[in-house]
Write a protein that binds this ligand. Structure first.
Ligand code: KIV
Length: 302
């Protein structure tokens, strides 16, 4: 295996979903007007029309179904799953096999839905050689049923991006705070604060665009710098902790839904729900009813 992990390379998942569904889901509450599958061309056109796009991380079939129904244009199977699903304290231990397993689940959950699925290339699946990078990117589409891949790094990754794109695989870049380089960056800190660093990030974005990337994640950079980068490239920028002038925004689904431990509260995070509290409450009411002999009631019995 190119990333040093084991795996059987088996093809799971449902047959490829139709690019267009005939009718929107009845309970869809958002974005029912256009039911066509989002592609990299849809995103480029949205930037031209100055329409903001939304990307949300998804790691399993249930959330993929719900987030697609909510109208997110992009579902990112992020290597953040190493932290929020696997319980590691960084994304570094995540393997190709982990990512492909979760990608397939997300693809099955999205089914015939509209969102574009992005597979996040894990640490050391693309850094050691360009050949590894192309092969592993290919596995995301072939075995993970993703429609594009994301990798971290700017100008230094341009040749890698160029080769993956020439293999017919769309690539999303990721610059600013790049969590796979946490030890080199010295922690999860705001990037691009000095003029030299800001100029370097603009150059990184332009190098990724020239290499054929279709979009770029800007993570934890000052809002004015994100605005400058978004103006400097024709491809969409998708921000996380990068202010309002990016072409789109991304959040980790567990964070926006309030499923985290409560310890991770960066300034950029808005929690739209408290599902974690509701889950604890529901589970403890179940426990109380079991203890009191109130569950199962006669209507729950055969
Ligand atoms: O892995 C991830 O979830 C990400 C996003 C935070 C952009 O890379």
């Amino acid at each position: 295996m190119q990333d040093g992990t084991s795996g059987n390379g088996a093809l799971y998942g449902t047959p490829s979903a139709p690019a267009q569904r005939t009718a929107p889901c009845a309970s869809n509450t958002a974005n029912t007007a256009d039911t066509r599958r989002v592609t990299i061309h849809t995103l480029r056109a949205m930037k031209r029309r100055r329409e903001k796009m939304t990307m949300i991380t998804a790691y399993d079939a249930t959330f993929a179904r719900l987030l697609d129904r909510a109208g997110a244009e992009l579902l990112l199977v992020g290597d953040s799953l190493g932290m929020v699903v696997q319980g590691h304290d960084s994304t570094l231990p995540v393997t190709m096999d982990d990512m492909l397993y979760h990608c397939r689940a997300v693809a099955r959950g999205r089914g015939a839905g509209r969102a574009h699925i992005v597979g996040d290339m894990p640490f050391m699946s693309y850094q050691a050689s360009i050949d590894d990078a192309v092969r592993n990117a290919g596995r995301f589409l072939k075995e993970g049923m993703a429609e594009s891949v994301k990798l971290e790094g700017g100008a230094a990754m341009a040749d890698t991006v160029r080769r993956i794109v020439s293999a017919g695989i769309p690539v999303m870049g990721h610059i600013g705070l790049t969590p796979q380089s946490v030890h080199q960056l010295g922690g999860y800190k705001v990037q691009g604060k000095s003029e030299a660093e800001a100029d370097r990030l603009v150059h990184d974005a332009q190098a990724l665009e020239a290499a054929g990337a279709y979009a770029i994640v800007l993570e934890t950079v000052p809002a004015p710098l994100a605005a400058r980068i978004s103006e400097a490239v024709a491809i969409p920028t998708i921000g996380i902790g990068a202010g309002p002038d990016c072409d789109g925004q991304v959040l980790v689904c567990y964070d926006l839904l309030g499923l985290g431990t409560g310890e991770f509260r960066p300034k950029f995070l808005k929690q739209y729900s408290s599902l974690g509290t509701e889950a604890v409450d529901a589970a403890s009411r179940f426990r109380d009813e079991v203890r009191a002999g109130r569950f199962p009631a006669p209507e729950h019995c055969y």
